[in-house]
Design a protein around this ligand. Structure first.
Ligand SMILES: C[S@@+](CC[C@H](N)C(=O)[O-])C[C@H]1O[C@@H](n2cnc3c(N)ncnc32)[C@H](O)[C@@H]1O
Length: 288
């Protein structure tokens, strides 16, 4: 996908070009499904072979619908929890903070150091949008997250966790649940069958990245630890976006409709003691 070595040569890091490109192309549609005025400026700074992404207009629209739904879950959370903390795991060059900022959220964009280096050059860090240059599997980064007393945390992981082994994802989710009880997680998942299709596309575009974590049922995560609860799911097939180009009959084939989804989970009980919180600063108030 890249003409030069980008993001330290990490194959998964380079996949961030795919959703970035989808958001750029989307801005040329007469009614974009998602507004991302910064996206075009971000690609200007990257020397990549964009033609190699090789996705149809419908595929690109599906990626944008996915981003729009992640935005919706995040906005809903910020409506319920105006003074909250969001950790955007594997943020890549996504501008979700700029799209959903409610003026009071404390936001952390987390990605591998080479990606955060590039991000920093293109989108400066700000008072409420902090950058964490680390692997999400590193055990130290949760120490850098500060949470207002009594407020809650949402972890947002779009197109990230699927690239890792089940054991890694399970261990991570358990640790988030133990460390931030009452937090929420939004992640997309694929069935094992859908993973094979995704990996075929990655092979066709000569990307060495491969997806590994698949689930047959999003509720599988509930068995990972006490207190993990599936809350709701978004399916691309409930209300098909016409530009994705799916015929209506496809919504009657469970193998396809269950193949991929975006899910919201509750990680433990919000009442559990949290020793990592800091007092609420006097200048931050829930927006009314
Ligand atoms: C398909 S991209 C998605 C980027 C972004 N979420 C989006 O939708 O535009 C996958 C992202 O996961 C990041 N990633 C890969 N390994 C990671 C790790 N161990 N810890 C944190 N992020 C990682 C990559 O650098 C890349 O930005």
């Amino acid at each position: 996908m890249t003409g030069t070595v980008l993001f330290g040569g990490d194959p998964v890091a380079q996949t961030l070009l795919i959703p970035l490109w989808a958001r750029v192309v989307e801005q040329h549609e007469s009614s974009p499904l998602l507004e991302d005025p910064l996206a075009a400026r971000l690609v200007e700074g990257i020397d990549a072979d964009w033609d190699r992404i090789g996705l149809s207009r419908g595929d690109l629209a599906q990626i944008v619908v996915r981003a729009r739904q992640f935005d919706r879950f995040t906005r809903d959370f910020l409506t319920r929890e105006p003074v909250a903390t969001v950790v955007h795991i594997g943020c890549g060059l996504d501008t979700r903070f700029q799209r959903v900022d409610n003026g009071s959220v404390r936001w952390y964009d987390l990605d591998l150091p080479a990606v955060i280096d590039q991000r920093r050059q293109l989108i400066p860090e700000s008072d409420r949008d902090h950058y964490l240059a680390t692997s999400v599997f590193d055990r130290a980064w949760p120490d850098d997250i500060s949470v207002e007393t009594g407020s809650r945390v949402m972890f947002v992981a779009e197109a990230v966790l699927c690239y890792f082994e089940t054991d890694q994802v399970r261990d991570l989710v358990r640790r988030l649940r133990d460390r931030f009880p009452g937090s929420e997680l939004v992640s997309d998942t694929h069935t094992p069958h859908a993973l094979r299709m995704e990996n075929l596309h990655l092979a066709l575009i000569r990307s060495p990245a491969r997806m590994r974590w698949g689930v047959r049922d999003p509720r599988e995560l509930e068995s990972w630890a006490a207190g993990i609860r599936w809350v709701e799911s978004f399916s691309f097939f409930d209300d098909i976006e016409p530009r994705m180009g799916f015929p209506a009959w496809i919504a009657r084939i469970p193998l396809i409709t269950h193949a991929t989804g975006i899910h919201r989970y509750l990680l433990g009980n919000p009442q559990e003691q949290r020793d990592h919180t800091i007092p609420t600063s006097p200048d931050v108030h829930p927006s009314s």
